[in-house]
Design a protein around this ligand. Structure first.
Ligand code: ADP
Ligand code: MG
Length: 368
């Protein structure tokens, strides 16, 4: 169990926030989200799930249709965007093209009427922070995409906001640069201790950068938790399917023990042992079992597990550190197993029968 958050630890609260652009369909509905001071929180979800809308309401660029947003316990939706003390980074950089890097960085400070000497000092410090010293005289079109995005990050941070919002800031960069920038943004966050709300549709980016992830689907948060919990203990079928690879087997609950262990009939005369984040499951409930491929094992002679069955190997692909096995069970379902290559080698010819197994606690029964 997590310790209760100390008073004052709460930075931003979305309280039952809804947004409709057309008065009929809600892009965000009933959003309840608490953001802690200093945390790196990522809104992760498919395109159109409402992530940008949520961020824009917090930034003040979109009105709220229902509910309210509190920052430090005070309603922010009545405060003008330029008075919110929030830094923003967008996917398309949004630098002023006719200004040099230094002028771009100085702009938010001039708006805030800082003295000139202080502005020069902050511009220098911030260029160092994002590792761009010496490039202050250049215009944005004289920089690479990665450098431009560093300037955008610098500009969002330079006035020392307590809250920074980033909307898919690395979406336009190639994979290698994106990974490097993920690391840099995370390290800047750790050094400054600023609260960061980050939007992405990239699960790997979310898993590697975040303190916590809010998984969005259809305008609502499906689960809010630390990356390992989101991955290991998805609460819904959507979260399990959206993040990481996932074996899904449909079935019907046949037994529920007092400790919450489940028996699930998956067809073909097979019952699997499972656990569930849902309470109150009863016999007859239709569920989807979710098992990560790396939690499934090819069982060696003499080894047994809570769940095991025979399956015909239809694919066995060497992927370096593991072998990816696809097999067809007698019950009709297909499973993917990531098997450590040393153990699995040589026994996994396509067409042969393998015994596959997994633990009850790695077999999550979710409501579809
Ligand atoms: P995401 O950032 O997760 O891709 P968005 O918040 O951009 O999602 O969009 C959520 C929903 O709201 C989508 O159905 C989208 O089409 C709709 N939407 C977003 N912006 C507008 C707008 N300015 N006017 C009308 N509909 C919009
Ligand atoms: Mg978006």
């Amino acid at each position: 169990m997590e310790a209760p958050a100390p008073q004052g630890d709460l930075h931003v609260r979305f309280a039952n926030v809804g947004k409709s652009y057309d008065g009929r369909v809600f892009a965000v509905r009933g959003l309840e989200l608490d953001i802690r001071r200093g945390e790196f929180l990522t809104l992760l979800g498919p395109s159109g799930s409402g992530k940008t809308t949520a961020l824009m309401m917090l930034a003040g660029f979109e009105d709220i249709t229902e509910g309210e947003i509190l920052v430090d316990g005070r309603r922010i939706d009545v405060v003008a965007p330029n008075k919110r003390d929030i830094g923003m980074v967008f996917q398309n950089y949004a630098l002023f093209p006719h200004m040099t890097v230094e002028e771009n960085l100085a702009f938010p400070l001039q708006v805030r009427r800082l003295p000139r000497a202080r502005i020069e000092e902050l511009v220098r410090e911030t260029l160092d922070l994002v590792r761009l010293p010496g490039l202050g005289e250049r215009r944005p079109d004289q920089l690479s995409g990665g450098q431009q995005q560093r300037v955008a990050v610098a500009r969002a941070l330079i006035f020392n906001p307590s809250l920074v919002l980033m909307d898919e800031p690395l979406g336009a960069l190639d994979k290698q640069l994106r990974e490097q920038m993920q690391f840099e943004i995370k390290s800047i966050h750790d050094r400054l201790g600023v609260t960061c709300v980050y939007v992405t549709h990239d699960q790997t980016e979310a898993l590697t950068m975040s303190d916590r992830i809010a998984v969005f689907n259809a305008g609502a948060v499906q689960q809010l938790a630390a990356p390992d919990e989101i991955y290991e203990r998805p609460r819904t079928d959507f979260v399990a399917s959206f993040i990481g690879e996932n074996n899904r087997i449909g079935g019907t609950v046949t037994a529920v023990s007092r400790e919450g262990a489940l028996g699930v009939d998956v067809g073909g005369g097979q019952t699997l042992q499972a656990v569930s984040p849902e309470t109150g499951l009863a016999a007859g409930q239709h569920v989807v079992l979710s098992i990560r491929p790396e939690r499934a094992a090819i069982l060696e002679e003499g080894k047994t597990m809570a769940n095991e069955f025979e399956a015909t190997v239809t694919e066995a692909i060497f992927v370096g550190d593991h072998i990816r096995v696809v097999a067809q069970a007698a019950g009709g379902w297909q499973v993917v197993v990531k098997s450590p290559n040393s153990a699995a080698r040589g026994r996994l010819e396509v067409g042969t029968t393998a015994r596959i197994g997994w633990r009850a606690e790695d077999c999550l029964a979710l409501i579809p």
